[in-house]
Design a protein around this ligand. Structure first.
Ligand code: GLA
Length: 382
């Protein structure tokens, strides 16, 4: 795909690019909606992602083209006066603004062409991959020293500040920092992280329900507000700085004083954070059966307490759990549609995927997609 990306650059701009970069999407194995509550997450980068080819210009123009949004043609902007376009290009443009907010100097214009193989709106972080690949390519094009961790913080800043989705750090961190064959156990408060080896006895099966997350922005921001309400309560009672600091015992002591939805959101976040800690322990001693159980519990909690699942995701995960060779199955990402992640016995994922897609089609009339993924590297330049 690298070659195709470079060819597209040439076709669009009429000269050869200087460099080519890649950033992956991610699948979160467990730890959903804990990142912006100061907790732990356990995602891995996947091998699908977005490629970008770029070259500097000798004026202040920015020209962006994406093969995945061909209909938008080349989008032009001015380095000194970047305005929203209402199109996909707002993500890379947000990144450019973020460079200057962080004091990194981009002193001339540039052209970038993108192409990806990540399904959009599927909960596999195509927007984080787009932000991350733009940071990666600009950092190299302008010879700036930016660590992978800083790149993740910049990606999140771009999305929070300029795109307007109040996401946590997980997606950009995974897309930037992950390494091959490993998931990353990340403490979202301190950004301390540990690579967790994935046992070679399992396959990671992603099933895309093909239900697009239409409401993501607003529903996501609503959940954040409910978590803030819970945090304010525990701050006052127990001096908690983050919702994930609250222990299960403390939560149980006060839960009857919280309003219905706020109580349910807090219950999910606090229990999910504990599940991530347990999961990392289980994986490091190869206990995939226990890890699978934790994945199942995570899904139930997202369905009943955080209320971000939809019936299609419930169906896929329930049917998966009935299969003997499945260790665990859950929705992954923000929810409201998108993908599920299922841990299967090695070599069984293909057969299981076909079976589930077949019964899913019979039930909903929707053709699901499936991807058997391995843990890939975070962003790099060729
Ligand atoms: C989205 C956000 C992440 C995280 C997940 C839910 O992917 O971008 O920061 O909050 O949802 O776990």
């Amino acid at each position: 795909m690298k070659d195709i990306c470079e060819k597209i650059f040439f076709e669009q701009f009429g000269y050869k690019n200087q460099i080519t970069s890649f950033a992956p999407g991610r699948v979160n194995l467990i730890g959903e909606h804990t990142d912006y509550n100061g907790g732990f997450v356990l995602p891995m980068a996947i091998t699908k992602g977005i490629f970008a080819a770029a070259k500097k210009r000798d004026d202040k123009k920015i020209r962006l083209y994406s093969e995945d949004f061909k209909e938008d043609l080349v989008i032009e902007s001015d380095l000194e006066n970047i305005e929203k376009t209402g199109k996909w290009a707002d993500y890379p443009l947000a990144v450019v603004k973020t460079f200057s907010s962080f004091g990194f100097k981009i002193d001339c214009g540039f052209d970038i062409a993108y192409i990806g193989n990540l399904p959009g709106g599927a909960g596999l972080s195509s927007s984080a991959a787009l932000e991350t690949v733009t940071i990666e390519i600009l950092k190299n094009l302008f010879s700036l020293y930016i660590t992978k961790e800083t790149a993740a913080i910049m990606g999140q800043f771009a999305e929070n500040r300029f795109v307007g989705v109040n996401c946590g750090i997980m997606d950009q961190f995974a897309s930037s920092v992950c390494i091959k064959n490993h998931a990353v156990m990340l403490n979202c408060t301190t950004l301390a992280h540990k690579n967790v080896n994935l046992p070679d006895t399992v396959d990671v099966l992603i099933i895309n329900s093909m239900v697009k997350r239409k409401l993501k922005g607003s529903a996501f921001n609503d959940r954040r507000k409910e978590c803030e309400a819970a945090l304010n309560f525990f701050k006052e009672k127990e001096g908690a700085s983050f919702l994930c600091d609250v222990s299960i015992a403390t939560f149980n002591k006060y839960k009857d004083f919280l309003l219905g939805n706020v109580m349910k959101r807090a219950k999910h976040v606090i229990s999910e954070n504990n599940r991530v800690i347990e999961s990392a322990k289980a994986l490091s001693c190869g206990d995939v059966a226990y890890f699978g159980e934790l994945m199942n519990k995570s899904h139930i909690s997202l369905r009943d307490d955080y209320e971000v699942s939809v019936e299609q995701l419930d169906f896929i995960t329930e049917k998966a759990r009935e299969i003997k060779e499945v260790y665990g199955s859950r929705m992954t990402g923000a929810g409201f549609g998108g993908c599920t992640v299922t841990l299967t016995k090695k070599g069984e994922a293909g057969r299981i995927a076909e079976y589930i897609k077949d019964i899913y089609y019979k039930r909903f009339g929707i053709k699901a997609e499936s991807y058997i993924e391995s843990a890939g590297d975070g962003a790099f330049t060729f």
